[in-house]
Structure formats: structure tokens, C-alpha cells
Design a protein. Structure first.
Length: 149
């Protein structure tokens, strides 16, 4: 076997999910768990995108509406809606998404830097664009998404 056939391409493992009509993804290393929707307790004076907090096995976890955080149109929760609980710098935070679709392995050579779209503040949260066959997956920079303003 030649060394050319043994060369492996670095890849990134991500969890893909839907927000509206688009597919987004988060690096799997940030994901603590994915849970069904549950009762969310409202917290007064929280930012507009924060839905409140949940009790997750004795831990209080803040939950954000990811669509609102990214400046996307409001959506209705369905039976497919999920809370993706991520772990960033030792803190957990939940993000409401429309549906979790799959775990993907994206070759690094199939990830492009994000394009700059004028006037779209959510592009600051995009770390790259993954190309899978004929579709695009928007890769989120989780650390920027959960940053406090």
C-alpha cells in the first residue's frame, strides 16, 4: 500500500440541527447532552434571547432560544424541538433548536471560512461553512454564541 493511500484527512465531528430551513452544527466536544423540551422557568430582566432556566438533575441550567440569539425569525416549538446542553469554560447552557438531525464527520478540507454578509449580525457566530455533497452546514462558534454581552 502506498503512503498516498494511507494519508488520512483530518475531520471534525459535529452534531447537526435545524433552525428554520437551515442546517447548523456544533462541534461534538462542546455537547454535554441533548434533551427533549421541558418546562422552562422565566427569569425577569434576562436578555431577550434567554428563555429562562431548567432543573437538570439538580443543576440549574440557563436556556437560550438559539433562533432569537442569532437574530432569526421566531418559530413554534414542535415535538422535534430539543434543548442542546453545551459545556463552555465549565458552565452549562441550553440552546433550543427546531430539531437535531445527525452526527456528521466533516473533513477539514471541506470547511470554508464564513462569508461576510453585510448587516447580518449572526455571521459573527459562524466559524465556518461545511460542504457535504450539495448542501451547506453552518458551523457555530459556541463560545461566541454563549458569551455574555
Amino acid at each position: 500500500m502506498s503512503t498516498a493511500t494511507m494519508t488520512s484527512v483530518a475531520e471534525r465531528q459535529v452534531v447537526a440541527f435545524r433552525l428554520g430551513n437551515e442546517t447548523y452544527a456544533i462541534d461534538i466536544s462542546y455537547i454535554h447532552e441533548i434533551i427533549r423540551m421541558k418546562e422552562i422557568t422565566f427569569v425577569p430582566h434576562a436578555p431577550h434571547y434567554m428563555r429562562g432556566v431548567i432543573n437538570l438533575r439538580g443543576r440549574i441550567v440557563p436556556v437560550m432560544d438559539l433562533s432569537a440569539r442569532l437574530g432569526l425569525p421566531a418559530h413554534e416549538e414542535t415535538a422535534q424541538s430539543r434543548i442542546i446542553v453545551v459545556e463552555v469554560h465549565g458552565e452549562s447552557i441550553g440552546m433550543i433548536v427546531d430539531a437535531v438531525s445527525e452526527v456528521l464527520r466533516l473533513p477539514e478540507d471541506q470547511i470554508e471560512p464564513p462569508t461576510q454578509i453585510a448587516g447580518n449580525e449572526s455571521t459573527g457566530y459562524i466559524s465556518g461553512l461545511g460542504k457535504i455533497n450539495d448542501r451547506l452546514v453552518l458551523l457555530l462558534d459556541v463560545e461566541k454564541v454563549v458569551e455574555r454581552e
